[in-house]
Design a protein around this ligand. Structure first.
Ligand code: PLP
Length: 368
């Protein structure tokens, strides 16, 4: 690692968050740890292995590749693909014992065929739409689909789920979704269709709506100690720090500009540090001129635009900062903290985008 840019992951804090979630849902509710997109940028296999040791029941991944990676890393827990695969890849679910999300006949039939060829019975989770408008038939149209699924002998309806688009912002809509999901399940129960797992709660759903827990929950963001919205009242610990170093310092004269577009012009003689991080690393260009960083127990602001692999920092008249000094881009140092939520606010995006776009080429260092 020649370039001074790295991520530190605190696995102890991941454990604390997991236990906080576990306490909040109680013993009877199973947990699908959502580890899609490389565990929201925290690193798929190391995070999954730690969660496995902590006693997670299920993993939720974003692609077949991620499911296969977990199997190849020796993880034997059930793994649900939270998205829908194309029917042509059905055999991989059987081969790697991955649990598919079924949303239409084409995929269901292909899975049934693939399982039949292997003389297996493949557990699947049915996804229905109650208002997200993304994957699965709208619940009113889904009864018919359940009927056709029941005809397929080599798949078993192990789970049913839906997704909440406004759990953080709209109580009446979310309550309505929970109610129709519950009704849908009860109506099928009456017809003898029983689902072992019933789940709808993402992080916000889990934190705000106990009724949304059913008997399984799917937290993602809160596992990583990040809040999907400020109104989440859970005691979470951030687990990720993004760090770099000063690679150059100089004093510029009043009137001199810094970075592309010359959006920053020094008003007086100013010390400027160049730091090794940029938008190609997933440090958003939208942070230009806005984000703060921590160097030697002080906050400093970016000077001008974020470049592809550099940023410049306005040190004002501070003379004590030199090449090699550590720069905290995300994380906590003493009393000072820059959170993922802070970066998201400055860049006018959501915390999910900040962490999931941190380049996978940045080395991750895991600490207990
Ligand atoms: C990503 C995802 C989750 C987790 O969402 P968070 O808000 O991060 O908790 C849950 N369910 C599904 C289907 C998802 O795609």
């Amino acid at each position: 690692m020649f370039r001074p840019l790295w991520i530190e992951i605190n696995l102890g804090a991941l454990g604390d968050n997991f236990r906080t979630i576990k306490r909040s849902v109680g013993k009877k509710v199973k947990i699908i740890a959502t580890v899609k997109q490389s565990a929201y940028g925290h690193g798929l296999v190391p995070v999954a292995k730690e969660l496995k040791n902590l006693g997670v029941d299920f993993f939720g991944v974003g692609s077949l590749e991620e499911g296969i990676s977990l199997r190849k890393a020796g993880i034997k827990s059930p793994i649900l693909l939270l998205s829908a695969a194309l029917a042509q890849y059905a055999r991989y679910f059987v081969k790697y014992r991955l649990t598919p999300t079924v949303i239409n006949d084409e995929l269901a039939n292909a899975l049934n065929q693939a399982a039949k060829r292997a003389s297996a019975k493949l557990p699947v989770h049915l996804k229905i739409d109650t208002g997200m408008g993304r994957l699965g038939y709208y619940y009113e149209d889904a009864y018919r689909f359940v009927e056709s699924l029941r005809q397929l002998k080599n798949i078993s309806l192990e789970g049913i789920f839906t997704h909440l688009p406004v759990a953080d912002t709209n109580t009446s809509f979310t309550n309505y979704q929970i109610e129709i999901f519950d009704d849908f399940i009860s109506n099928l129960e009456k017809e003898g269709v029983h689902f072992k797992y019933r789940h709808c709660a993402n992080s916000a759903g889990l934190a705000i709506y106990p009724k949304a827990h059913f008997n399984m929950v799917r937290p993602g963001l809160i596992l990583y100690g990040i809040k999907p919205a400020p109104n989440i009242k859970m005691n979470l610990k951030p687990i990720l720090a993004l760090k770099s170093k000063v690679i150059f310092v100089k004093k510029i004269k009043a009137g001199m500009g810094v970075s592309y577009g010359r959006t920053y012009i020094a008003r007086k003689p100013t010390n400027i540090a160049t730091v090794s991080v940029g938008y190609a690393d997933g440090y958003p260009w939208a942070l230009s001129g806005l984000a703060q960083v921590i160097i030697k127990n002080s906050f400093f602001k970016l000077a001008g635009r974020v470049c592809m692999d550099h940023v410049m920092v306005d040190l004002g008249d501070r003379e004590d900062i030199a090449i090699g000094d550590e720069v905290m881009l995300i994380g906590k140092k003493g009393k000072l903290q820059i959170s993922v939520e802070d970066l998201a606010a400055w860049a006018k995006t959501i915390p999910y985008e900040i962490v999931s776009r941190l380049s996978l080429k940045i080395p991750r260092i895991y600490r207990k």
